[in-house]
Design a protein around this ligand. Structure first.
Ligand code: NAD
Ligand code: LMR
Length: 338
């Protein structure tokens, strides 16, 4: 490879050419599944993030091409590419934050759980790599079904004795991004002014927007509540159907992933008051994992917020969400324990 591509191959040529551009301080971030529909725009946006000093792009296909392309951007982060399982260890060594969008996406007619059989094994393998090479890294898990892949990751880390619940975060940011957008449309506001907490999990009825807690404080008719809840819960399916068999949300997901990763990096830097929703190990309900607002700090999800007051519609939604989540969590746990 040309020296500026910095793709690691068996000759070690890429590694030999790796140097810190301008010695800028920052965090080391790896994207696993970097050549995919989410991975590529995510890699581009992370290359633009001034908090990132090194960006490792790992995939089982096409990592060299994506790395060559992204590496030409005149921003601070040094980009290196890693192709295939033999290079996973090098991709992960020394990383502060790992973002995982590896795995297959849905086609129309599928549920996220239909992805379990393929993606569970992918997530397990990648998490075993994390155990070996960067057990203290913060992990942002995007691969579906998130409701099950986060418990899978936790079990892999527990088995290895490296589990730190604060450092494992299932990415539900896209639900918040969608909720902010759709609520802003109904209220006639700029979406940047709107904050909708979305709790529970990341699939169908487990996606529970708390419209009673929207900021700025707003009231909705019952018809608006039902329209918004339904649209937020089915936002993923809306995109899957519109893409008609070519994949699921990639661009809005990359945007959401970067918004969340940036919050994690600001937390790692020690910024105060960084709060986002994420699917984490939690005692907020009787379930072992649940998405709520969390405060991000130097150790990951340092504080997990309670649900706050819910109205009757949300209490009913919560019971439905918990019922479905319980099965998805158990499925993930059993996949590793069996
Ligand atoms: P994609 O098929 O376009 O890309 C996936 C990438 O993962 C591919 O490049 C593939 O080569 C790579 N990959 C497969 N096995 C791998 C392995 N063992 N190690 C490393 N990389 C591997 O899919 P996509 O559209 O980018 O979606 C990826 C995943 O993200 C899907 O599971 C999808 O359902 C999920 N997703 C989650 C959310 C969320 O809100 N959490 C949103 C959108 C999509
Ligand atoms: C989404 O919410 O867009 C993702 O989970 C992808 C999907 O399958 O819907």
């Amino acid at each position: 490879y040309p020296s500026n591509v910095q793709v690691e191959d068996n000759s070690g040529l890429g590694r030999a050419n790796c140097r810190a551009k301008g010695g800028a301080p920052g965090f080391k971030v790896a994207i696993l599944g970097a050549a995919g529909g989410i991975g590529q725009p995510l890699a581009m946006l992370m290359k633009m993030n001034p908090l990132v000093s090194a960006l490792h792009l790992y995939d089982v296909v096409n990592a060299p091409g994506v790395t060559a392309d992204i590496s030409h951007m005149d921003t601070g982060a040094v980009v290196r590419g890693f192709l295939g399982q033999p290079q996973l260890d090098s991709a992960l060594t020394g990383m502060d934050l790992i973002i995982i969008p590896a795995g297959v996406p849905r086609k129309p007619g599928m549920t996220r759980d239909d992805l379990f059989n393929i993606n569970a094994g992918i997530v397990r393998t990648l998490c075993e790599g994390i155990v070996k090479n960067c057990p203290r890294a913060i992990v942002n898990l995007i691969s579906n079904p998130v409701n099950s892949t986060v418990p899978i990751a936790a079990e892999v880390f527990k088995k290895a004795g490296t589990y730190d619940p604060k450092r494992l975060l299932g990415v539900t940011m896209l639900d918040v991004v969608r909720a902010n957008t759709f609520v802003a449309e109904v209220l006639g506001l700029d979406p940047r002014e709107v904050d909708v907490p979305v709790v529970g999990g990341h699939s169908g009825v487990t996606i529970l927007p708390l419209l009673s807690q929207v900021k700025p404080p707003s009231s909705f008719t019952q018809q608006e509540i039902e329209y918004l809840t339904n649209r937020i819960q089915n936002g993923g399916t809306e995109v899957v159907e519109a893409k008609a068999g070519t994949g699921s949300a990639t661009l809005s997901m990359a945007y959401a992933a970067v918004k969340f990763a940036d919050a994690c990096l600001r937390g790692l830097r020690g910024d105060a008051g960084v709060v986002e929703c994420a699917y984490v190990d939690s005692e907020v309900t009787e379930l072992p994992f649940f998405a709520t607002k969390v405060r991000l700090g130097r150790n990951g999800a340092e504080e997990i917020y309670q649900l706050g007051p819910l109205n009757e519609y949300e209490r009913v939604g919560l019971e439905k969400a918990k019922k479905e989540l319980a099965g998805s969590i158990q499925k993930g746990i059993s996949f590793i324990r069996k």
